[in-house]
Design a binder for this molecule. Structure first.
Ligand SMILES: [Mn+2]
Length: 325
C-alpha cells in the first residue's frame, strides 16, 4: 500500500469520537465520488450514534438514486450549529456553493480531498493527491474505525468506480484495485452500478451529443480537440463525461476541451488530458483547478471569446512542454 497519511486518519478518528454533531458536504455538480463519500461517511458516523446531516448546494442527480441513504440528503439546514463540518472532494471551500456560508460558521472544519489544487481551507486538511478518489480515502478511515457493511461498501465502490472512469484513468493504482476488491466482498455488482449510472440516455441525448461530435474542432497540429456547446441542457446524468468518453477515442490529441455557454457572459470550460500535459495548471491559469488529467474552470466571457483565449494558451502550453522534454 502506498503511504496513506495515518496520522491524519488517527486525528480524524479522535475528532469523530470526541464530538457529537456533524455536517457533511461536497462540491456543486454532484457526482459519484462526492455522493459516495458523503453517504459512506454518514453511515460510518451513524454507527457511532452521532447526529449527522448531509447538506449540498445541488440536488442529487437521479442516476444516483440507487445509493442507500440518498433520501437523507438536504439542501438546507437552517440555523443549526454543528460541532464539526466535513467538506469532501472540494479543492476550495467555494466549491461547496451555497453551503460555504454555513461551513464558515462551524467550529471545526475537516477538509478531506484528493485534488492536487486543494487550498488547505480546513482546520484539519487530509489531502491525498495520489488517491483515486475521496471514496478510496474514506475506505481507509472506515478501516481505521473498524466499520464496514454493504451500504458503506456500495457507496465507496460507486465513487471509486466513477472517479476512475470505470478503472481506466491514470489515477487507478494497484491500491485502488485492492480497495475495490475488498469492497466487492460485500456483495457489490459492478455491472449493475455501471448500468444504473451509464445507461440512462434518451434518443434525443445521443443525437444531441452526436451533433456536437460531428462539429469537433482541432488545432492545426491536431494536439488539441474541442467542442463548443451553446445550448446546454442539464440532464439527470452527465453529458460532459459521455462526450469526453467519445472524444478520448481519438488517437492524436493530447488535450480535450468542452466549452459550454452557462450564462450570457459565462463559459464553463472542462479539460481532459490524454498525456503528461497538466490540465490542472491550465485550468489554474484561468482561475479554476482540479487534477492533472481532469480539470475545469468558469470564465467570464462569451463562448467565442473564451475559445480564443483558452485555445491559444493551451497551444502555447503544449509547445512549451514539448521544448522542455
Ligand atoms: Mn473526486
Amino acid at each position: 500500500m502506498k503511504k496513506i497519511r495515518n496520522n491524519k486518519i488517527e486525528k480524524i478518528i479522535e475528532i469523530i469520537k470526541k464530538n457529537n454533531s456533524f455536517l457533511i458536504t461536497a462540491h456543486m455538480n454532484l457526482e459519484g465520488d462526492a455522493l459516495g463519500s458523503e453517504l459512506a461517511l454518514y453511515f460510518i458516523l451513524k454507527r457511532f450514534k452521532k447526529k449527522v446531516i448531509i447538506c449540498n448546494h445541488d440536488s442529487t442527480p437521479e442516476a444516483y438514486n440507487f445509493l442507500p441513504g440518498h433520501r437523507f440528503i438536504k439542501n438546507e439546514v437552517g440555523g443549526k450549529k454543528f460541532d464539526v463540518a466535513f467538506v469532501l472532494d472540494c479543492s476550495d471551500l467555494s466549491r461547496s456553493g451555497s453551503v460555504e456560508a454555513k461551513i464558515a460558521k462551524q467550529a471545526f472544519v475537516v477538509n478531506i480531498d484528493h485534488h492536487i489544487s486543494n487550498t488547505r481551507f480546513g482546520d484539519i486538511n487530509w489531502l491525498e493527491p495520489k488517491a483515486s478518489s475521496v471514496c478510496e480515502m474514506i475506505y481507509h478511515l472506515a478501516r481505521g474505525l473498524k466499520v464496514m457493511d454493504k451500504k458503506i461498501a456500495l457507496c465507496l465502490y460507486t465513487g471509486i468506480f466513477t472517479d476512475t472512469g470505470n478503472f481506466i484513468y491514470t489515477n487507478t493504482t494497484s491500491d485502488t484495485h485492492k480497495v475495490a476488491a475488498s469492497l466487492m466482498g460485500y456483495d457489490i455488482c459492478p455491472h449493475e452500478i455501471y448500468r444504473k449510472i451509464h445507461s440512462l440516455c434518451l434518443p434525443e441525448d445521443i443525437k444531441f451529443i452526436g451533433r456536437h461530435i460531428s462539429q469537433l474542432k482541432f488545432s492545426s497540429d491536431r494536439k488539441i480537440c474541442w467542442v463548443m456547446i451553446s445550448r446546454w441542457q442539464e440532464r439527470k446524468y452527465d453529458l460532459t463525461e459521455i462526450t469526453f468518453s467519445i472524444m478520448r477515442r481519438l488517437k492524436d490529441p493530447l488535450v480535450f476541451i468542452i466549452f459550454k455557454k452557462v450564462g450570457k457572459e459565462r463559459t464553463r470550460v472542462n479539460f481532459r488530458s490524454h498525456s503528461k500535459i497538466d490540465v490542472n495548471k491550465i485550468a489554474k491559469f484561468f482561475g479554476g483547478g482540479g487534477h492533472q488529467r481532469a480539470s475545469g474552470t468558469t470564465i467570464a466571457g462569451s463562448l467565442k471569446d473564451s475559445e480564443k483565449r483558452v485555445i491559444s494558451f493551451v497551444s502555447d502550453f503544449i509547445n512549451a512542454a514539448k521544448k522542455r522534454n
